[in-house]
Write a protein that binds this ligand. Structure first.
Ligand code: PMV
Length: 315
């Protein structure tokens, strides 16, 4: 029996979700405390896959598998195709802590970890470009027209500026004390992206103006991060949440966590990821104030709160 492992971390979008689907820039941070690990083993049996969401054989095509399992299976099969290998003789066990469908990039992380592990069985180390393509294949199944931000962010070891299809390391004076809080409600990135698209078909000028406003916030945030102006950065986050709410991708629960962050003294807060559920990202005034902000978000009903540490290694 041969074995190989792959892992990937969660990501959180500081600014730029949705606008990035239409070619605008976005900023994302790794969320190092949440990871996915895939262990691939050769077997004499067919293809089997175990994920945090289910156990058992892959050969179930009765449509009852949860969405996350179908995506993991697509990653497994597509990686085998890429390697020119048959669809049997591999067993993959996925473990990890990234909650699914919360805008934290779980589908990209699962796909990235699986592709690295399965390629590793053959001693193949995928290049970042190959891994990106494999993850994008799965992201297309997950939500149609992925910008590529998630696929890059889950491979990046530090904060990135994603622009015109490319990820660039982001210069920062200091690490902003960011926390991510989960509403506990599943978001629907595909539905949220489709809703923005439908709205844009009705009102191209209005929606494009909003997307341009988000792009201006991203450029400003890039400067704030470089200079360490957290107050300005935070204000841009609040403004962005307002724009995303107007676009229709927020929810009462997301708005409640943003309000709770504001009341607890956060410099900024907004939804993060596709929205309509999922998480908010909030900026504490200092690193020392992070526990208090996290406690306030938990008291306001957050199901999980994680601080953003800024860097993570990917294997
Ligand atoms: O996967 P999520 O929920 O973090 O959403 C990704 C961000 C979007 O801009 C909404 C979609 C995309 O493809 O970039």
């Amino acid at each position: 029996e041969r074995r190989a492992e792959g892992s990937a971390h969660a990501k959180t979008i500081l600014l730029g979700e949705h606008a990035v689907v239409y070619g605008r820039p976005a900023i994302a941070f790794p969320l190092a405390s949440l990871t996915i690990t895939a262990l691939a083993r050769t077997t004499t049996r067919g293809l089997s896959l175990e994920t945090p969401y289910h156990r058992g054989s892959v050969a179930r095509d009765d449509g009852t598998s949860p969405r996350e399992v179908l995506l993991a299976e697509a990653a497994l099969r597509h990686t085998l195709d890429f390697l020119g290998k048959p669809h049997h003789g591999v067993d993959v066990t996925v473990t990890g802590s990234i909650p699914a469908a919360r805008g934290l990039g779980s589908s990209a992380a699962v796909a990235s970890a699986i592709s690295a592990a399965v390629a590793g069985l053959d001693g193949v180390r995928l290049s970042n470009a190959e891994r990106f393509e494999l993850v994008q294949f799965v992201e297309r199944i997950a939500h149609g027209t992925p910008s590529g931000l998630d696929a890059h962010a889950t491979m990046a070891s530090g904060p990135i500026l994603f622009e015109r299809g490319e990820a660039h390391p982001l210069a920062m004076a200091t690490l902003p004390p960011l926390v991510v809080a989960d509403t506990g409600i599943r978001g629907h990135t595909g539905a949220a992206v489709a809703m923005v698209r439908a709205r844009r078909e009705r009102d191209a000028r209005g929606v494009d103006a909003s997307l341009d406003d988000i792009a201006v916030l991203v450029a400003g945030a890039q400067a704030d991060l470089a200079s360490g102006d957290l107050a300005a950065l935070g204000e841009r986050m609040y403004v962005c949440h307002g724009i995303l709410s107007e676009l229709g991708v927020s929810s009462p629960e997301l708005n409640a966590l943003v309000s709770a962050a504001r009341q607890a003294g956060a410099l900024g807060a907004k939804l993060t990821g596709g929205g309509q559920g999922g998480c908010v990202i909030a900026l504490a005034p200092t690193a020392a104030a992070v526990p208090q902000l996290a406690a306030a978000l938990t008291a306001a009903g957050a199901h999980g709160v994680w601080s953003v540490t800024g860097s993570e290694e990917t294997t």
